[in-house]
Design a protein around this ligand. Sequence first.
Ligand SMILES: [Zn+2]
Length: 215
Amino acid sequence: MNSFLDRILKKVYPERCPYCDRVIECGLPYCEDCAADFPEELPRFFTPGGFPCRAVFYYEGGYAGAVKRLKFGGVKAVGSQLAVPLAKLIRGYEFNFDVVTSVPMFEKRRRERGFNHAEVIASATAEILGSEYDNLLVKTKDNKPQHTLGGLSQRRANVKNVYKAPDKEKIKGKSILLIDDIFTTGCTIGECARVLSKAGAARVCCAVVCVRKPS
Ligand SMILES: [Zn+2]
């Protein structure tokens, strides 16, 4: 659409590169400079519980900034911008999945933020890939944010029995791609993958935008 109003709106709300915050042409997912700096493919890794996972970026610099803009800055459009490099990564994933899903938020928290950032990224990614998207999990407990917890054992305990699969029929026998924004210790995404697997998924693979850089 290129109506007069559309052009005015684009002037009032110019789109920005999610990684460097520079104004870019409307409809582009990032600026050329940032695209030229994108890292080579990162090594594959596993979640706790042994589910394979891949990430586009290390959680640093402009990549961490982009996730923060989406999550804490409330800039929902960043989710669709982050979906572009994520979809590109997943295209190279030797995994044929039936459905894409995301790590859910507790409903009250989702309402406070206005959206679930992981769902925004995952549904936009599914759209680019021409895949089905469905919210297969719910978060039943308003636990403490993982980043406020220190040790791995505390983080593991904090996510236990927090996620449920309300409709197992949608999961049984399916190959599922589970998406989240960041992977720190992987306790959250690992627990979600475990719940999907326990609900009868044939296979669960994970993908995130950012993973913590190994020290
Ligand atoms: Zn940029």
